[in-house]
Design a protein around this ligand. Structure first.
Ligand SMILES: C[S@@+](CC[C@H](N)C(=O)[O-])C[C@H]1O[C@@H](n2cnc3c(N)ncnc32)[C@H](O)[C@@H]1O
Length: 446
């Protein structure tokens, strides 16, 4: 294990140290990283990012704005983005799988501009608010104004059929009015009001709060409109307090809602050569990202017929396969080791086999996008899975794909991080024992 040998406070550059030309790095982290690279001989080097970086509160700034699954340990982007060798020649950070925005916010706090893509509209909304700067000086007034307007509203609400099952009559009526008010706000205010609506709706559902995906419980079964108004006020106060902790004058972070396979959402070729790709991709069979936010998605108008399956169809790691997915064969992936692993899964369970072929074909597309725009450095955080009764070395297979495209692995670090339990507590998916943090660089052409 590598551990910090000197007091962290001496070395960590302040969060709001935005530099006009080049963000500052930490000598301490740069030295620790150089030692890890030297130690790397092809096998992962064991390390604890919590020890290396020291305490970093999980909910500091807007990090804890929303309980979205599979949040990345913020120590990882904090370390990498403070390390000279990782950010050398880098002006910007790109995360094709933004989730609730950990990488983008850390990039912003370190002084980098950033771009991200996120396919789940609820996560994209959370991330937009998380990194929006200077836009919410009047957040308290905007949220209070929405509450007053909703209380006055007499407009009948026609809720999505998905929602009737999950709310009391009183809660339905109040949330419906808040949703109608939110939809009428202009863009910037709409994000803020919709975020407060999503949080309030999450708390007022008759679901078990211990389980991230909706599971029926007795909670809130008799909730009234008044309960919703008071929950709104609580959520609103908490959002305003969190936004108020963000340092001013941060660089721009651009969250693009959409599918990361779509190359038009990526940085241009001109930007890409000075952009670091830093991401934690979805797991295979990770449909719970969508399910965990399905009620909020319905309140925000993303479940038109009471269904969110269309969102799953655009997800990488989807379980609902389309006819095109079923046409994919193992030959669509470039790595022979991966082809063997996929064939073996398909022999044990044909459907799982098809899900994982689609997953790796999609991930290959992501890395091909990176190469085609000319990104020189990739920092990848991934874990392994158990699939159809066997271990699947997802991190190794992703690394094989990246290397097959001409990137060289500079270092592979292994951290026994817990925290992806939502995505792995399936009967066919044992918890990931560790996460792998790997840096790849494009091999220079002669
Ligand atoms: C592991 S999470 C990222 C977590 C993030 N690092 C954080 O700390 O919040 C992966 C994310 O990829 C998103 N995703 C899945 N398929 C996608 C696609 N085709 N395009 C963009 N995002 C996608 C999921 O919705 C999920 O939010």
């Amino acid at each position: 294990m590598v551990s910090a040998t000197e007091p962290i406070s001496v070395h960590v550059v302040p969060d709001d140290a935005h530099h006009p030309t080049r963000p500052p790095t930490s000598k301490h982290y740069s030295r620790a990283y150089a030692a890890l690279v030297r130690r790397y001989m092809g096998e992962p080097v064991d390390i604890s990012f919590r020890e290396l970086v020291g305490p970093l509160p999980a909910s500091e700034y807007t990090h804890g704005l929303y309980p979205y699954p599979a949040r990345l340990l913020r120590h990882i982007p904090r370390f990498l983005l403070s390390t000279e060798a990782v950010v050398a020649d880098v002006d910007a950070v790109f995360d094709p799988f933004v989730g609730s925005g950990t990488v983008l916010l850390e990039a912003q706090l370190r002084g980098f501009t950033s771009i991200g893509v996120e396919q789940n509209p609820v996560a994209a909304l959370v991330s937009r608010v998380k990194v929006a700067q200077g836009a919410y000086e009047h957040a308290a007034d905007v949220l209070e104004g929405a509450l007053v307007a909703a209380k006055r509203s007499r407009r009948p609400v026609d809720p999505s059929p998905l929602l009737r099952r999950w709310y009391s009559e009183g809660a339905m009526s109040a949330l419906g009015r808040l949703a109608a008010v939110a939809a009428e706000r202009d863009e910037q205010d709409r994000d803020l009001v919709q975020l407060c609506l999503a949080l309030t709706a999450r708390r007022m559902a008759t679901t078990d709060p211990r389980i991230p995906v909706p599971v029926k419980s007795a909670r809130n079964a008799t909730a009234s409109s008044t309960d919703v108004w008071s929950q709104w006020s609580q959520e609103s106060a908490s959002i305003v307090a969190k936004l108020g902790t963000l340092p001013p004058r941060r660089p721009v972070a651009d969250v693009r809602a959409g599918d990361a396979r779509d190359l038009t959402l990526w940085p241009s070729a001109e930007q890409a050569s000075r952009t670091l790709l830093l991401t934690s991709p979805p797991y295979g069979a990770a449909q719970k990202y969508v399910r965990s936010t399905s009620l909020e998605a319905a309140w925000l108008g993303h479940a038109p017929k009471g269904r969110t399956v269309h969102l799953e169809h655009n997800s990488i790691g989807r379980e609902h396969l389309s006819p095109q997915d079923l046409e994919l064969s193992v030959s669509s992936v470039s790595s022979s080791r991966l082809r063997q692993a996929l064939t073996s899964i398909a022999e044990r369970d044909a459907r799982r086999g098809a899900i994982y072929v689609a997953y790796f074909a999609d991930m290959q597309r992501i890395f091909m996008n990176a190469r085609s725009v000319g990104m020189r450095r990739i920092a990848l955080v991934s874990g392994d899975n158990h699939v159809a009764g066997g271990a699947l070395r997802t991190s190794q297979h992703l690394a094989d794909i990246v290397q097959s495209l001409g990137y060289r692995r500079v270092v592979s670090l292994r951290d026994p991080i817990r925290g992806r339990s939502l995505l792995t507590s399936r009967k066919n998916g044992a918890p990931a024992p560790a996460e792998y943090i790997e840096i790849f660089e494009m091999t220079p052409h002669d």
